[in-house]
Structure formats: C-alpha cells, structure tokens
Design a protein around this ligand. Structure first.
Ligand code: ADP
Ligand code: ADP
Ligand code: MG
Length: 645
C-alpha cells in the first residue's frame, strides 16, 4: 500500500478520498487554489500545496504543477477525483512519466472511451448493445440529415466529445434538423474544441441505468446498477441503487455486458458503464443500450457502496498499488436500498440559477451519510460547481430509504445561500417517484408543481418574522417581551410585516399583502393558524432562518443598503448569475436589435445567451471572454435612447 498520495481535486470528492486514506493509514497531500486556502479538504489533509489562482486553468487543471507538488512532497500516487484532470489521458501519461502512479485506468483505456463515437464502435465489436444510430466519420450536414431520416425521428444529436449534458439536441421533426445540428456543433466547438456529432435514436420514456464496474487491468467485476433517471436537462438530481423493478435476470445480463465492456479495454480501477433503457414496457433483455463509459469514480458512487458494503476508494487504492481485485463476482451481493440527493446552491424558482454566498449556518442530520466539502462559514464561490453536499441514505427497503431521504432533507439546515433543498424534498414526495415509476422525463413533466413547492410559504415567513422580532429563542423571549412594544413593524430584505404580541406565546403577523397569520409557540414548538409545524427557527449571523421543509432565511434590512434593482434599466445588460463569460458577440459602436445575442455566459455546465433588451447601439463592453463574473455584474451597456436615435 502507498505511504502517501496526492489528491488532485477539491470539494466533497477530495474530502471523501481523504476519509478512506485516513482509515487505511495513508498520508494525504491536498492541493488548492487561492479561492480554497481555508477549504475543508485543505484542513483535512496532512499536507497541502498551493497551486495558483482560483480559475481551474490556473490551479486544478495545472497537471505540471500538480505532478511537481507530488514529487516535492514525496507522494507516490495521484488520485484525480472526478471532473478536472480525471479523464485526461495526457495527464495520465505525464504522471507515469514522472515515476508516479495514477489511481485510475490507463491512458489507453481513457482514450478508447474518450469519444462517444469511437467508444460505441468499440462496444459493438465487444458484443455490447449500443443505441441504434449513426456514429461514422462523415460529418457533412446533408449526410447527417439522411442518417437521421434513416434512424427515424425523434433523434438525439450528441457531441462525440460531450460531457455534462452539453452539446445535445433532441430533434422531433426533419424540418428542425439543420438548425439543431448547427447549434449542437457550435456548442460542442466552444465547449470541447471538437464540433463532431453522432446521431442516436431518441429512446422514448428512457431510463438512465448505469453499472458500476471495477477492473484489475485484465479481469473485471460489476457492483450492480444505479438508476439515475431523475434528471433535469440531462443532469442527475437524485440517484438510487438498485434500480426499481429490476428483474434479477436482466441485472445479470446488463452486469455481464458491462463487464465485457470493461474487459474489452483492459480496464483498471473504478468505472461506470451508462446504459439508456427503454422503460415503456418494463426492463427487458433487448431494451438496454450502451451510451458511454465514465472512466473515473462517479459522483453517485456512495449509493453503490451502501448496498454492497464496498469502499470503492479503498478498492481504487488497493488495485492501484498492485493488489489483486479485492472480490470475485460471486462474493458481491446487494443488501437494501440507497438514495443520493445532490444539494446545490441554486435558486430554483428563478430557473435553477446557480447561487453563491457565505454559509452563515450549516447543519446536517446525523441519520444520513453526508459527503461535503464545506463547513459553516465557508463560501460557495462562483469558481466551481455549486454543490454543497450529497445527502445519502440507506434502508432495508426502497420505501424506507426514500422516507429516510425525505427526513434527512427536511432536517438539513443551510443559510447564507439559497438551495434546491425544497425542490429535492418535493421530489421525495412525488407520487410516481415513490412508486418507482421513474424516467428521465419525470422532472420536466412535473416541473411546475415541483418548483411551486420550492417557493416561499407565507406561514414560514410569519415564523421568520417572529424570529426577527427576537421571540424565537425560549431563553431570551420571556423577560424581554414585556419591554417590547406590543405592535411593531419588522422589515427584512424583500419584505415588511406588522407583528402584534397578543399574550405570552401568541402573536399575529400581518404580511405585506395584507394576509394575517396567528402564530403560537410553546418551548420550541410552533403553530401557525392553528396547525402544528415541524419548523425550526434559527438565528445566525446573516439573519433568521426557518427550517423544516419550505425553508427560508430573512435578512434584517440594513437602512444603509441601497436598492440597486433596475438601476441599469434596459440600457445595461447585467449578469443574471455568477458564471464565466464564454464569448462576447458585440463591440462598442455596433448597432443591435432587441433579442440579438450580446454575450454567452457559462454557469452550471450550461450556456446561457444574453440578449439585447431593445434596439440600440453598444456604448461599452464591460466584460471579456474568460472573465469570471458575479451575479449583477454589468456586462454590456447600450447608448441612451436619445443618443442612439
Ligand atoms: P456524473 O454522471 O458523475 O454526474 P457528469 O458528466 O455530470 O457525470 O459530471 C461529473 C462531474 O464532472 C461534475 O460534477 C463536474 O465536477 C465534472 N464535469 C463534468 N462536465 C464538466 C465540464 N464540462 N466542465 C467541468 N467539469 C465538468
Ligand atoms: P453526457 O456525457 O453528457 O453525460 P450521455 O450520453 O451520458 O451524455 O447522455 C446524458 C443523458 O441524456 C442521459 O443520462 C439520458 O438522460 C439522455 N440521453 C442520452 N442518450 C439518449 C437517447 N438516445 N435517448 C434518450 N435520452 C438519451
Ligand atoms: Mg453521461
């Protein structure tokens, strides 16, 4: 076993790897950017090496600096985590050339699976079913249109170099094919530097079922499947293992196909074979097809660990250090059921915009397995994936594990940034999901209801007002109340209410819209309008939060705050969210029409076009491609209307 390894990553996955290293007595070296000096993964590691600026290109993607750090600290091996350099074969070559071990597959195996078209061709040869479609070299638009016709609509255009749901377009009708092709190719060129696409039959009522594999370079085993069908815009939201309603014989067949795929490329380490499954008529032997292989540890690996009892990071370290495969297929069994929910800093009602902020309060339930890279007081910065934590639960049955997930999410307390927690809770209560009727369209179909459940609840606001008035803390409230005015106005960022104390343990709160709510309390139990709530009211540095489903934070209004909303009018285009300016499409002096694309912003692995609010002439371009911008940053200014006329 290694004495010391370096972890070339950040956030929850770096912490996750360090956890196992500690258990195994392996010393750890963390690396970090300027934005991560005080990060949890740095504090957890035995040593830490600074890499450079906050942009990934200046830090976590600097393979040379990372290899130097490993050599300088005497680390023998590098664990890449996921994302960043984990699937970069040139990095693997460089690691090995430096005399270090890469904890993962060979550069050759990564290259074989790096492009989706070549991977599909290889899998066909290995006898693994692939999605019917076209994955040839001819990229002529006319030829591709003909192929789409032959495959039969609907089809899915996919960037061969794609990842993270980018560069994909569903096309339902031949007349839309040319436009969709051009936009998929454009997105693929900017995101991956490779415009090539393949075309697949779009599977109706699809389920995403993936098989965890593990190889030693010659032989491989599988650790059963995960169902990742709960997706929003092709990105996973909640994952589970095993897949609901998986017949044992289909599990065997899919597992065997995944093992064939891994052995065909002499796979070493942890990998995932993703299948798309036709869920319209149960899970069938002829109803699953290879989509792609992810040649790394997957974000959702904990659900597999919980149902198999295997520590996949431990296996990674053991096999990378030269040990044989830790188990034979026959030794591996499924016990129980597990779920993982991805808790993100994002504004769901505003369209799932990524959010930032300093976590004034952060508390997780003891009853769940929590994978996180942040602590109370840490900042979610615009530089990296805004995932706050993965909330993972286990139970002897699917129903019990799902109930545990719901409870764990209700008991998760985050203040200082908005989160998707209410959306996740609503999903755990979704009737179809509860029954195990999952497909990748579920979230999209019921999006309005799921998002509505994440909108502020006036009864929670009423509780927040009581908290802002200083009545929430059982210790201080008794004596103080007597000295407080019985009727007063409470204001916070975004609202105002009138609170009237009506006696010990009772108040009436009239919200801005005129609706009134009766709040009563006893110890830390709360009733609103006569109904007992399971809310908790927490006071912290940033204000007062109400937790326990439909959570919210009220920030007391600072009279010095200046309202900047609408300051720019329609002349100024502001960044709607923190993100990276991918490209700017106009220059000063240029005339634009309402709706013209001014710039493209990348955030949450998606690209967003920013368009002109009206006709006009560009006065000033305030951002350049490559800039990392905060929400509200001015990007483009148009000349005032009089001047433009
Ligand atoms: P998974 O199936 O594990 O969710 P994804 O492709 O969604 O796989 O991505 C896994 C991780 O890889 C993400 O959380 C992110 O950190 C990283 N990642 C994926 N795509 C990109 C990308 N285009 N740019 C940067 N990081 C990415
Ligand atoms: P990425 O590399 O971006 O993860 P994938 O090829 O894994 O790309 O596809 C991402 C998601 O898109 C899948 O999880 C699935 O929801 C959907 N998808 C992919 N291929 C198809 C298909 N042929 N038919 C229907 N949905 C698909
Ligand atoms: Mg995928």
């Amino acid at each position: 076993m290694f004495q010391k390894i370096l972890i070339a990553n950040r956030g929850e996955i770096a912490c996750r790897v360090i956890d196992t290293c500690r258990k195994m007595g392996v010393a750890t070296v963390a690396v970090y950017s300027d934005a991560d000096r005080a990060a949890r993964h740095v504090a957890m590691a035995d040593e830490a090496v600074h890499l450079g600026g906050p942009a990934p290109a200046d830090s976590y993607l600097r393979g040379d600096a990372i290899i130097r750090a490993a050599l300088d600290t005497g680390a023998e091996a590098i664990h890449p985590g996921y994302g960043f350099l984990s699937e970069n074969p040139d990095f693997v070559d460089a690691v090995e050339a430096a005399g270090l071990v890469f904890i993962g597959p060979s550069a050759k195996a990564i290259r074989a699976m790096g492009l989706k078209d070549a991977a599909k061709a290889l899998m066909e040869k290995a006898g693994v079913p692939v999605v019917p479609g076209y994955h040839g070299d001819n990229q002529d638009a006319g030829h591709l249109a003909k192929q789409a016709e032959r495959i039969g609509y609907p089809v899915l255009i996919k960037a061969v170099a794609g990842g993270g749901g980018k560069g994909m377009r569903r096309v339902d009708d031949a007349k839309d094919f040319a436009d969709a092709l051009a936009s998929a190719q454009g997105e693929a060129r900017t995101a991956f530097g490779n415009p090539d696409v393949l075309i697949e039959k779009y599977i109706l009522q699809p389920r995403h079922i993936e098989v965890q594999v593990f190889g030693d370079g010659v032989r491989a085993v599988h650790l059963f499947e995960r169902d990742c069908s709960l997706q929003r815009r092709h990105q996973k939201v909640i994952e589970e293992a095993p897949a609901p309603d998986m017949p044992p014989e289909i599990r065997k067949i899919m597992g065997a196909a995944a093992v064939r795929a891994a052995e065909a490329i002499n796979y070493k380490g942890a990998g995932t074979i993703e299948f798309i499954v036709d869920g319209s008529d149960g899970l069938r032997e002829d109803g699953f097809w290879f989509m792609e292989m992810n040649t790394r540890l997957q974000v959702e690996h904990p659900v597999t660990e919980l149902i198999t009892g295997v520590d996949l990071v431990e296996w990674q370290l053991r096999v990378a250090s030269g040990e044989a495969l830790p188990a034979k297929q026959g030794d591996l069994h499924i016990r129980g059921h597990a779920f993982e929910a991805r808790l993100y800093a994002e504004d769901v009602p505003a369209g799932f915009l990524p959010a930032t902020g300093t976590l004034a309060h952060l508390q997780f339930p003891d009853a769940a397995r929590i994978e996180t890279g942040v602590r109370p007081g840490d900042t979610i910065s615009p530089w990296y994936d805004p995932m706050i934590a993965k909330v993972v639960t286990y139970g002897p049955t699917r129903a019990i594990a799902l109930r545990a997930l719901e409870t764990a999410l209700v008991d998760t307390e985050v203040a200082g940034s908005v989160t998707n927690v209410d959306f996740l809770i609503a999903l755990t209560r979704h009737e179809g999901f509860r029954k195990g009727e999952v497909d990748t369209g579920l979230i999209g179909r019921d999006l309005d209801d799921l998002v509505a459940a994440a909108e502020p609840d006036p009864r929670a606001v009423a509780l927040g007002v009581v908290g802002l008035a200083g009545l929430a803390d059982p210790q201080s409230r008794g004596g103080v109340t007597l000295w407080q005015p019985l009727r007063r106005t409470v204001s916070w960022d975004g609202g105002e209410a009138v609170l009237e104390v009506q006696g010990p343990g009772a108040a009436r709160v009239t919200l801005g819209d005129g609706t009134a709510h009766e709040v009563r309390w006893q110890g830390d139990r709360w009733w609103v309008d006569g109904a007992l709530r399971r809310n908790r009211i927490v006071t912290h540095d940033a204000g007062v939060s109400v937790f326990g489903g439909r959570s919210l934070t009220l920030v007391p209004r600072d009279p010095l705050d200046v309202d900047t909303s609408g300051a720019g009018g329609d002349a100024l285009t502001l960044s709607p969210m923190p993100g990276l300016v991918k490209s700017v499409h106009v220059e000063a002096g240029q005339a634009v029409k309402a709706g013209d694309r001014l710039a493209v912003l990348e955030a949450m692995k998606m690209e967003h076009s920013l368009t002109a609010a009206r006709d006009g002439v560009v006065a000033e371009v305030l951002a350049a491609a490559g800039d990392q911008v905060e929400a509200g940053a001015p990007l483009i200014r148009l000349e005032e209307e009089e001047a433009a006329a």
